[in-house]
Ligand binder design. Structure first.
Ligand code: AP5
Length: 203
C-alpha cells in the first residue's frame, strides 16, 4: 500500500522530527519545503532569494514553493509532506497534483512551541534535530557541531507563529471541514507522539 501522508502543525510542533521517523518506518520520501528552501536559500528568483523571506519569518512566494513540491512529488512513490501547504492557495494547488491517504494535525500549545523552537539545535552534517533541554546528544563531537537555525531567534519565532495563525490555520480548518483531518496530541515524548501517528497512518 502506498502512503501519501500530509503532516500539518505549527512551527515547532514536531513535523520534522516525526516525518523523519515516518519516512524510515514506511520506506517513503520525506518531502519538506523548509529543508529544500534552506538548501537553496541564496538562489535568485524573480521574487528575491528565499533567505529574504525566511530570515524574517515570512512565507516564500507560492510559485517558488509550488514548483519544489510538484517536482518532489512527481518522483515519489509514497511520501510524508511536511511544511506545505501553508495557505489556502497552496492547498488548492496540492489537490490538483496529488491525492492524500492521511492528513494528520499535530496539536501543540503556543508556549511549548516557543520553548521547542528557541531551544532547537541542528546537526549540519546529518540534518538531525536536537533540543538543548529535551533531546541533547551524548556524543561530544556532535554537541560541538550543532547550530541554531537563523529563524529560531525568539522575535522571528513569534513572527512565524503569527504568520502560521493568519495563513495556515485556515488550511487546517479546510481539511477539518472536509472530514479528512485526524488530530494528534503532540505534547508527549517524541516516541509516544510517533506511536500515535503510526496508528493513524496504519489504519
Ligand atoms: P519550516 O522549516 O517548514 O519550518 P516550520 O514549519 O516553521 O517548522 P519547524 O521546522 O520550525 O518545526 P517542526 O514542526 O518541524 O518541529 P521540529 O520537529 O524541528 O519552514 C521554515 C521557513 O521556510 C518558513 O518560515 C518559510 O519562510 C519557508 N517555508 C517553508 N515552507 C513554506 C511554504 N510551504 N510556503 C512558503 N514558505 C515556506 O521540532 C522542534 C523542536 O522541538 C526540536 O528541537 C525538537 O527536538 C523538539 N521536539 C520535537 N518533538 C518534541 C516532543 N514531542 N517533545 C519535546 N520536544 C520535541
Amino acid at each position: 500500500m502506498s502512503h501519501r501522508i500530509l503532516l500539518l502543525g505549527a512551527p515547532g510542533a514536531g513535523k520534522g522530527t516525526q516525518s523523519r521517523k515516518l519516512a524510515e518506518e514506511f520506506g517513503i520520501e520525506h518531502v519538506t519545503t523548509g529543508d529544500a528552501l534552506r538548501a537553496n536559500k541564496d538562489m535568485e528568483t524573480e521574487y528575491g532569494t528565499p533567505r529574504s523571506f525566511m530570515d524574517a519569518g515570512e512565507l516564500v512566494p507560492d510559485p517558488v514553493v509550488n514548483e519544489i513540491v510538484k517536482a518532489a512529488l512527481e518522483d515519489a512513490d509514497g511520501f510524508v509532506l511536511d511544511g506545505y501547504p501553508r495557505n489556502l492557495s497552496q492547498a488548492e494547488y496540492l489537490s490538483e497534483i496529488t491525492d492524500l491517504d492521511a492528513v494528520v494535525f499535530l496539536d501543540v500549545g503556543e508556549e511549548e512551541l516557543v520553548n521547542r523552537l528557541t531551544g532547537r539545535r541542528m546537526d549540519p552534517e546529518t540534518g538531525d534535530i536536537y533540543h538543548v533541554e529535551f533531546d541533547w546528544p551524548e556524543d561530544e563531537a556532535i554537541q560541538e557541531r550543532l547550530v541554531q537555525r537563523d529563524d529560531d531567534e525568539e522575535d522571528t519565532v513569534r513572527e512565524r507563529l503569527r504568520v502560521y495563525h493568519e495563513n495556515t490555520e485556515p488550511v487546517i480548518e479546510h481539511f477539518r471541514e472536509r472530514g479528512d483531518l485526524v488530530e494528534v496530541d503532540g505534547e508527549a515524548t517524541p516516541a509516544d507522539v510517533f506511536e500515535r501517528i503510526r496508528d493513524v497512518v496504519a489504519n
